[in-house]
Design a protein around this ligand. Structure first.
Ligand code: BES
Ligand code: MN
Ligand code: ZN
Length: 500
């Protein structure tokens, strides 16, 4: 989707679609008044019909408004004047994006006249509009057969009209929104790819290709032999049951001097989670193609960061393996030695995410990180706790947690903190090893985070459980969401010193 920003003059040539925002007081904006006078008062009259209430997200399409050069004048409800907040703007932006993509038009013009978000600036507004259109237009088509004709979305460009004094901020927002959309699309494409295509090797190849695309990125890949040598016994206990070799993928973004400490992102990259010998039930097991969403969101965030080019250093680590049952697979009761030297009793091979992550968390000590955030579809329990609204945040540093949650509030890619108090730790103590990989039926997401905390003692760290937010499993709306790329990008840019 092509975005452009133009100054606010009433367009002369024929327009396929012009969007005018309208609050529930039906008062016309400056641009609205121009259209109204061209149409000899028809616009104002039609607005007052009962078809349109002005509720946020409501749309009304007026065809061939007489006297105007508009094929379609699309009225977009903005709710109560002065109460257009971040959430209502997103509702309205999503609605217009979905309406527009089903219209047989190539170009849409949106007047930002009167569209003022009470709790956000114009850069944010333009970012969210850009994201909404890209999200609405997203389709995963890579696996459709050659004969399949995809339903074409004809909409190819969006033009934002705004007053001169807002145009700089709007342009900035369009740029950030574009960078986010590129990263989010990459995340969605990797996440939606089926398990027989998206293997650890595939993710490694994609990561190498990414580094070829951007001078600021370099990718290195550890294979199983190298991980064996390093002593990553926990990671390898997961990958050894599969014919697909595990890979630890390191993507480095260099935007500052080598002496500047990097922020490190670690992603869970289980390309399919059968549960292993502790095999999952068959119903809905396909969803476990999404067990690499953490890795995919780290990949997408690095891509967005490379697009933006901030003065900072970022390291992304993708811990990638397939969790399969086989004669070579780990069994319940097996005890393994992690890279940290701590031993783990594997009581359930389906709690595999923490096993691949713990070795990654130890490995990244060598980067001397400023902060570390791991992102993982770690537990089903987090979906029970927070549903699909918020990702869960756990941290050994309240400021890191606060910053992540603030980034989530700002972007509306929201997150909420859960505790990892020391008093939960005994739940994962083991009689035979230093710890066990499950903590009983209480507080499953917390004990998983407590497990990771034992490997993250040397730096400021947070863990995000994205099992509920990174993909949708329902019917036709199924698919990856691209979360939490927006949150992570916002967090990193704030860390790089961009003012809030
Ligand atoms: N990948 C799953 C968690 C998950 C569940 C992600 C649903 C997305 C949607 C994870 O590896 C897992 O199986 N966790 C177990 C942990 C249990 C064995 C302690 C779970 O949540 O049941
Ligand atoms: Mn599992
Ligand atoms: Zn898993």
């Amino acid at each position: 989707m092509q975005f452009s920003v133009k100054s606010n003059t009433s367009p002369k040539s024929r327009i396929q679609g012009l969007v005018l925002g309208c609050y529930d007081d039906f008062k016309l904006s400056e641009m609205g008044r121009q259209v109204d006078s061209q149409s000899a008062g028809r616009l104002a009259k039609l607005l007052k019909r009962d078809d349109f209430s002005g509720k946020a997200g409501q749309t009304l399409i007026l065809h061939n408004l007489e006297g105007t050069n508009l094929d379609r004048c699309i009225i977009l409800g903005l709710g109560k004047r002065d109460e257009l907040d971040a959430d209502r703007l997103i509702t309205a932006a999503t609605a217009i994006a979905n309406t527009a993509k089903s219209l047989p038009i190539k170009k849409l013009v949106i007047s930002l006249d009167d569209v003022i978000v009470c709790d956000r600036d114009d850069t944010w507004l333009a970012t969210k509009l850009t994201e909404a259109f890209n999200d609405a237009a997203y389709q995963y088509l890579a696996m459709k057969g050659k004969q399949t004709k995809s339903e074409p979305i004809t909409l190819a460009s969006v033009e934002l009209l705004t007053e001169a004094d807002r145009s700089k901020a709007v342009k900035q927002g369009v740029k950030l929104g574009g960078a986010l959309s590129i990263g989010k699309t990459a995340t969605k494409d990797l996440s939606n790819a089926p398990g027989n295509l998206c293997t650890p090797t595939y993710l490694a190849d994609q990561s190498k290709a990414l580094a070829k695309q951007y001078d600021s990125l370099t990718t290195t890949v550890l294979d199983e032999k190298q991980m064996q040598k390093l002593g990553m016994g926990a990671f390898l206990s997961v990958s050894k049951g599969s014919d697909e070799p595990g890979k630890m993928i390191i993507i480095q973004y260099r935007g500052a001097a080598a002496s500047v400490k990097p922020h490190v992102l670690v992603g869970k990259g289980i390309t399919f989670d059968t549960g292993g010998i502790s095999l999952k039930g068959g119903a809905g097991m396909w969803e476990m193609i999404y067990d690499m969403c953490g890795a995919a969101s780290v990949f997408g965030t690095l891509k967005t960061i490379a697009e933006i080019g901030p003065k900072m250093n970022v390291v992304g680590v993708l811990a990638c393996a397939e969790n399969m049952p086989s004669a070579r697979a780990s069994k319940p009761g097996d005890i393994v030695t992690t890279l940290s030297g701590q031993t783990v009793e594997i009581l359930n091979t389906d709690a595999e995410g923490r096993l691949v992550l713990c070795d990654a968390l130890t490995y990244i000590e060598k980067f001397n990180p400023a902060t570390v955030v791991d992102v993982a579809t770690l537990t089903g329990a987090v979906i029970v706790a927070l549903g699909s609204q918020a990702s869960a945040v756990f941290s050994n540093d309240d400021e890191v947690a606060r910053n992540l949650i603030a980034a989530g509030e700002q972007t509306r890619d929201r997150a909420w903190q859960l505790p990892i108090w020391e008093s939960y730790q005994p739940q994962i103590n083991s009689a035979f090893a230093d710890m066990q990989n499950i903590g009983g039926k209480e507080a499953g997401s917390i004990t998983a985070a407590c497990f990771l905390a034992r490997f993250a003692k040397k730096y400021r760290w947070a863990h995000m459980d994205i099992a509920g937010t990174s993909f949708k499993w329902a019917g036709t709306k199924k698919g990856a969401t691209g979360r939490p790329v927006a949150l992570l990008t916002e967090y990193l840019l704030q860390q790089a010193g961009r003012p809030a």
